[in-house]
Design a protein around this ligand. Structure first.
Ligand code: SAH
Length: 203
């Protein structure tokens, strides 16, 4: 069995208070993707959605959105926001390494800070699962910490371009890996990050 490198209970514990990544607004990198019209029209999965700010931003902008997270506490918070804001979105607890969605369900996937939590061991299962639930030609957009972010403060793994290429190139065409920034509650101007755009290959 594949398992994430942090246990379910540690993710649940993180949401007992407000974790550093839960900034209460969409990540600027995803706002920019929408502004640049990079997403395919249609359905979006926010994988590791947390309390749902990125997913709800896309819901507000006309996408049909699902969000999955291991933490039931995060999912409850995302559902409460959906109701408060009179939006529609399907938030459900689940494991990104074995999703309860059929093949070819989504036109896009967004990943804000999930890939960089996985062990080397779990990466291939994750990328296979992302490819499986995307339509051929579907797009995967990822924001992760980059190796340019100092390691002193702890936090998630830092990811190199080579690691992104190695993980995604078997099943995806990588459109770009660009320098970006990860908004958190502990950085003034964001952590150093990469935003990746990859298209599921038509195999
Ligand atoms: N995308 C959110 C949360 C990022 S933190 C945001 O930007 O605010 C990483 C999230 O991934 C946490 O909410 C954690 O509970 C979730 N997570 C970790 N492993 C997971 C897995 N295997 N499947 C689904 N979600 C997972």
């Amino acid at each position: 069995m594949s398992r994430p490198d942090r246990s379910l209970s540690s993710w649940e514990d993180a949401y007992k208070s407000t974790p550093p990544w839960d900034v209460g607004r969409p990540q600027p990198a995803f706002v920019e993707l929408l502004r640049a019209r990079e997403l395919n029209k249609g359905r979006v999965l926010d994988v590791g959605c947390g309390t749902g700010e990125n997913a709800l931003y896309l819901a507000e902008n006309g996408f049909s959105v699902s969000g999955v997270d291991l933490s039931t506490r995060a999912i409850a918070a995302a559902r409460a926001k959906t109701a408060e804001r009179s939006l529609e979105a399907d938030f459900r607890a689940g494991n990104a390494l074995s999703l309860e969605f059929r093949d070819n369900t989504f036109d896009n996937i967004i990943d804000s800070g999930l890939f960089h939590t996985f062990t080397d061991h779990d990466r291939p299962a994750f990328t296979r699962e992302m490819a499986r639930v995307l339509v051929p030609g579907g797009r995967y957009f990822m924001l992760c910490f980059s190796e340019k972010e100092p390691t002193g403060w702890g936090g998630p793994r830092r990811i190199t371009r080579a690691e992104i290429e190695e993980s995604f190139s078997p099943l995806f065409s990588i459109n770009y890996i660009r320098d970006s920034s990860f908004a958190t509650r502990i950085h003034n101007n964001g952590g150093k990050a990469y935003v990746t755009s990859a298209t599921r290959k038509r195999v």
